[in-house]
Design a protein around this ligand. Structure first.
Ligand code: GDP
Length: 191
């Protein structure tokens, strides 16, 4: 199997970043319709992203961005959710942590996929300044694929941020609003 050698920097394996967290969903985690609050899930995802990034980098970490959170299936009270996380990609001071959330009905054993999200975490030193993170050692096909998907996601995000409709031309934007977005009204007279 081919090996790609890099400079003599410190490398750490994806395995060294892996974390698994399971929690039984209680009535206190539910919303008014009896399903688990999205906010509770987000909080657990943020915790595991922190733990994975911090374990990998050996430093304190903060959340920079989340790409993206789609709630694929509702979670019921009494289900056991499991979050699995690993660092998929590293920048100079950042790490992309992938998280998968599954929920299991513990009586039937049925498992449903609830969420897959990618958190960008930044390493900080004790003074709060950003600090470099170790390089990533990939050891199997899945890790290479996840690394490349993360790189693509970062590029797509940069393009999304750069793109403004019609290069920012307001007249063209208003023409489109008038022709296609008829469920909103634009009145800029008071601006
Ligand atoms: P994928 O990113 O296309 O592989 O989509 P998945 O939904 O399978 O997983 C989302 C992310 O969760 C992955 O990119 C990993 O970072 C993480 N992940 C998935 N499975 C595992 C696992 O078994 N263990 C750990 N530690 N992390 C996992």
């Amino acid at each position: 199997m081919a090996t790609v050698f890099k400079t003599a920097q410190q490398f750490r394996t994806v395995t060294s970043s892996e974390i698994t967290l399971s929690q039984l969903m209680l009535p206190t985690h539910s919303n008014f319709s009896g399903k688990i609050h999205g906010g509770h899930l987000l909080s657990l995802m943020d915790q595991i992203a922190f733990a994975s990034a911090s374990k990998f980098s050996g430093s304190y970490c903060v959340t920079a961005s989340v790409d993206r959170v789609d709630f694929l299936n509702p979670i019921e009270v009494g289900e056991l959710i499991t979050l699995k996380a690993s660092v998929n990609y590293v920048g100079n001071t950042s790490m992309m942590v992938g998280i998968r959330v599954d929920a299991q009905n513990i009586q039937t054993g049925e498992v449903k996929h609830c969420n897959s999200s990618y958190f960008t975490m930044i390493a900080k030193d004790t003074s709060g300044a950003t600090m470099p993170v170790p390089r990533l050692q990939l050891t199997n096909r899945e890790q290479v694929m996840r690394y490349l998907k993360a790189a693509e996601r970062i590029n797509a995000r940069k393009q999304r941020i750069a793109a403004e409709p019609f290069g920012g031309d307001l007249n063209q934007a208003l023409a489109l609003m008038a022709s296609e977005h008829t469920d909103v009204n634009v009145d800029m007279a008071g601006v």
